[in-house]
Design a protein around this ligand. Structure first.
Ligand code: BES
Ligand code: ZN
Length: 924
């Protein structure tokens, strides 16, 4: 019997009646919450004792007979003697009671055993009192603060961050996304504060006993998941926006930063209108508040009607924020507001399909920003960055499918990664391009209508889109979306298509295999993808047609069907597959085709290849050289054409790849050659852009501004032209200002380069000067720039002191920002070894500092994994990670990926280093 029980439990079946032995991480399914009444009193006046306490009343429908109520609660003190349970429907004999309670800390369960059996069909009201510390861990219900410079005082505020599984830290609840219910929130606080929640205020009245305290009750919400509930008590200022259709829209920040809200306040309402039109569905709530929180773990959070942001994400200062930062704000606002439909109105059934939230928000945010700011030309840039990201992360054996079973709570947090976001977005774009506008839109609309206020799985989306596509005639009725898309969402990785042309028969034979960076692993039998094939030739040059001319198909058993393409040109013309990278795959060609491409690229005609495909060729060939299927000679011939290139994307693609080689080679004797090569290819574009000189106001195209920022950054690192002396001169001018906090002569868009270069080549006092500016700055974007530049020092003691500052939590670097500061140190030559040692020596205290804060430890690993490249160091780091397991809980996937990346570095060094050095020398 016990054995059967275990099997059933493993299957996640409801065994609620046997609560004490129920040990599955999903809630039992016997009950369903319908409505929550949450009252919370927050005390912010006593800095020695920040607490909140409250009551929650949950209306619970019984779906199956059960003897207990199992819900989530974590780190909450619950007074067992004050629990009440009464039946509220029908004519049942109303009062029930609780015999005992238990906790299951592994799964954060709080289990209440009932006196009487709860019977299917009954509805109960459970009432609990709870209290807890208002802590500073940036999750659950937590506190944050800022300095009021006028009164010279610290001001405290409170705010929530519940996604994915932290609502249980704030009040007892059924904390799974499938348990949607309506929420009536009431907040109690000192009357000098404002209370905000998802819904508008219903009424405010005096607290019955505490002087100067009020209760603010908010309207009851629409049905929603627990992770989207939000509230905050603060003394912020706000900026109202106007919206034609009556939705109230406000942007909040600490009073001293309210003037940085203008851009978000103007942009936000436009975004709502854009989505109402894109989705054909009205925004369902009466209001939106967006609020900039000084201490925040992620970039932003889409709580329904009360969107929370890190200051750096929401606030924009024309005097201090760069163009990149402005576009970042636009993108993040567009992303969070997209969730109001994709995520909030229709929610994934379980975290398995998190990508439906994050992939969609990422994708449509790109469309939205392009629509509102066409002059920025961000869609192409965003698309390219997403692809560059996934080509890297998803080429690891240790990657995972977009949609995957979630078997542990830690996997939920780990799913907020490039696979859900960037790969999710890239496969949706692929679908959009092969379905066409009409089918895509009508399919989405019907999906959103059908599942509004409910939950969905990816199959539900496939169904709506297939129907729409067949109706619009944009996809053959022999095909269905599920077959095609499952090959992208249920399998790990992406394919490389090998194209072998027969120049006399004018055909090409195509085969596919999974592209893997790790060359110790065989690529055979690693999957099959349905690949939309768009292509063009040197004569046709029709890169605008992104619709597939043909498909690479898979058999039912997942074998690739061989494909021959006909009617191709002869031996003197190239072909290119995957127009504008309309799907996430790589393409390798035979030697002759590469030769033809190299010829065109290195000629006046290079622009006859679409800019996105130029970026593609660079990325592909550099990968193939890395994994040994192309010679570095060929790869470097391809990128030598960059001497002519004046557009952003090919440069971005090249830099992303060269950066990785740089991180290894700069630790070796060959760096001199590499440096000369980089100098040679970037000098022409550096000069074309007028170097580091402040020409920004005369550049009409924003993507050229971004190009200049990037090129200047490389130029100063590689000491091209006058970059370093000019940067130092800007910095000197700033230092000689009487009031450097008010007046900064350094052009905004090159500040990060100027600061970093000056710290790198400068003195202790240059560092102190910048650190003082950091402490006094009122603008989060400027603070982030400075924090990063402070890591550029080459003084060991300065870096050592900085590393200690980063994690001390006192001297002004907030917990949410510390990972960026660590990255800044760790990514430089000198800082790397220090940061690695610091990380290894202090893993216990770092781990305690973050307390499993989302994406913190994984972010620290990123710069380290890129610079370890010898077998010995690999072995040492591997042992360290294994020995430190207990401090690295919740980072299992990041660790696997780190080890695999290091291994691919080792492989590169062993296989390519000599060949690479020869090829570089050859080109100089
Ligand atoms: N839903 C997320 C916030 C989040 C992230 C919650 C991780 C829990 C864990 C939000 O919509 C989001 O995706 N934020 C991004 C920014 C976005 C523009 C990519 C973030 O915070 O990095
Ligand atoms: Zn998101």
């Amino acid at each position: 019997m016990k054995c059967v029980f275990l099997i059933l439990a493993a299957l996640g079946l409801s065994l609620a009646e046997e609560s004490s032995t129920y040990d599955h991480f999903r809630l039992p399914t016997a009950l369903r919450p319908q409505k929550y009444d949450v009252r919370i009193l927050t005390q912010l006046e006593n800095p020695d004792d920040f607490r909140f306490n409250g009551t929650v009343k949950i209306q619970i429908e019984v779906l199956q007979n059960t003897h207990n109520i199992t819900l989530h609660s974590k780190d909450l003190t619950i007074n067992d003697t004050e629990i009440t349970l009464k039946q509220i429907n029908g004519n049942g004999n109303s009062e029930n009671c609780i015999t005992s309670t238990e906790r299951n800390p592994t799964h954060d369960f709080y289990i209440l055993n009932t006196c009487e059996k709860l019977l299917a069909g009954q509805v109960y009201e459970l009432s609990l009192r709870f209290s807890a510390q208002l802590q500073d861990q940036l999750a659950g219900y937590y506190r944050s603060s800022y300095e009021d410079s006028v009164a010279n005082e610290t001001r405290w505020i409170s705010v929530t961050q519940f996604e994915p599984s932290s609502a249980r830290l704030a009040f007892p609840c059924f904390d799974e996304p499938g348990y949607k219910a309506s929420f009536a929130i009431t907040l109690g606080y000192h009357q000098k504060y404002t209370g905000l929640s998802n819904m508008p205020v219903k009424e405010t009245r005096k607290h019955e006993s505490i002087p100067d305290y009020v209760w603010t009750a908010f309207e009851e919400s629409v049905p929603m998941s627990t992770y989207l509930v939000a509230y905050s008590v603060n003394d912020f200022s706000h900026k109202p926006s106007t919206l034609p259709n009556g939705t109230l829209f406000r942007t909040w920040a600490r009073p001293n930063a309210i003037d940085q809200c203008d851009y978000a306040a103007e942009f936000g309402p436009k975004v709502l209108q854009y989505y109402e039109q894109l989705f054909g569905t009205k925004f369902p709530l009466p209001k939106v508040d967006q609020i900039a929180v000084p201490d925040f773990s992620a970039g932003a959070m889409e709580n329904w009607g009360l969107v929370t942001y890190a200051e750096v994400s929401l606030l924009y200062s024309p005097e201090y924020s760069s163009q990149v930062a402005k576009q970042g704000t636009a993108n993040i606002v567009a992303h969070e507001l997209a969730h109001q439909w994709f995520g909030n109105l229709v929610t994934m059934e379980w975290w398995t399909d998190l990508w439906l939230n994050e992939g969609f928000a990422t994708y449509v945010a790109g469309l939205c920003v392009e629509d509102i700011h066409p002059e920025w030309r961000t869609l192409q840039i965003e698309t390219m960055s997403n692809l560059l990201t996934i080509f890297r992360t998803d080429s690891l054996e240790s990657s995972h499918p977009i949609s995957r079973p979630i078997e542990m709570t830690s996997q939920t947090s780990e799913s907020f990664d490039a696979i859900s976001y960037e790969k999710g977005s890239s496969v949706i774009r692929m679908m959009h391009l092969f379905l066409g506008e009409e089918a895509f839109r009508t399919g989405l609309k019907s999906y959103l209508e059908r599942y509004a206020y409910k939950n969905a799985e990816q199959d539900n989306l496939w169904e709506s889109l297939t129907q729409a596509a067949h109706k619009a005639g944009s996809m053959s009725t022999d095909y269905d979306i599920k077959t095609i898309m499952d090959s992208w969402t249920l399998q790990t990785g992406y394919p490389v298509i090998n194209v072998t042309r027969n120049y006399t028969a004018r055909t090409a034979k195509l085969s596919q295999e999974r592209y893997l960076l790790n060359t110790d692993i065989s690529r055979a039998h690693k999957g099959c993808w349905w690949v939309p094939l768009s292509y063009t030739s040197q004569e046709e040059k029709d890169f605008n047609n992104t619709a597939p001319k043909e498909w690479m198909e898979c058999t039912e058993t997942g074998e690739s069907v061989p494909k021959i393409i006909e009617d191709l040109p002869g031996a003197d013309e190239w072909v290119i597959f995957n127009n504008q990278l309309s799907a996430p795959y790589k393409v390798n060609y035979d030697a002759q085709n590469w030769r033809l491409l190299i010829e065109t690229l290195n000629s006046e005609e290079y622009q006859s290849i679409h800019v996105v495909n130029r970026a593609q060729l660079i990325d592909d060939v550099l990968y193939f050289a890395w994994t040994g299927e192309q010679d570095y000679e060929i790869a470097l011939q391809v990128i030598s054409y960059l001497q002519r290139e004046r557009e952003l994307l090919p440069w971005k693609s090249a830099f992303e790849n060269l950066k990785l080689v740089n991180r290894i080679v700069r630790q070796t004797p060959s760096f001199g050659f590499f440096k000369s090569f980089v100098k040679k290819i970037i000098t022409p574009v550096y000069e074309h852009l007028n170097g580091i000189n402040d020409t920004f106001s005369s550049i009409p195209q924003q993507d050229q501004v971004l190009l200049k920022m990037m090129v200047v950054n490389w130029a100063c690192q590689y000491q091209v032209g006058d970059c370093v002396p000019q940067a130092l001169a800007y910095y000197r001018n700033w230092r000689s200002e009487a009031n450097p906090d008010e007046k900064n002569p350094v052009p905004i868009n090159v500040r990060s380069t100027v600061y970093c270069t000056s710290i790198k080549h400068g003195s202790d006092s240059d560092w102190e000067f910048l650190w003082t500016r950091y402490k006094r700055s009122n603008v989060a974007a400027e603070k982030r720039t400075i924090l990063t530049a402070l890591g550029c020092s080459r003084e060991v003691w300065v870096l050592q002191r900085y590393l200690e500052l980063i994690f001390d939590g006192k001297e002004g670097i907030r917990k949410g920002d510390s990972k960026w500061a660590f990255q800044a140190v760790a990514k430089t030559e000198v800082g790397f070894l220090l940061a690695k040692k610091y990380f290894m020596d202090n893993i216990e205290s770092i781990s305690a500092y973050y307390n499993q804060l989302l994406k913190s430890i994984p972010r620290l690993l990123v710069p380290l994994q890129k610079q370890i490249y010898t077998r010995k160091d690999y072995a040492e780091f591997k042992t360290f990670l294994a020995d430190s397991q207990k401090f690295l809980k919740g980072s299992a996937e990041a660790i696997q990926q780190t080890l695999e990346i290091i291994l691919t570095n080792v492989q590169w060094q062993e296989r390519n280093y000599d060949q690479f050095t020869r090829a570089i020398k050859h080109l100089l």
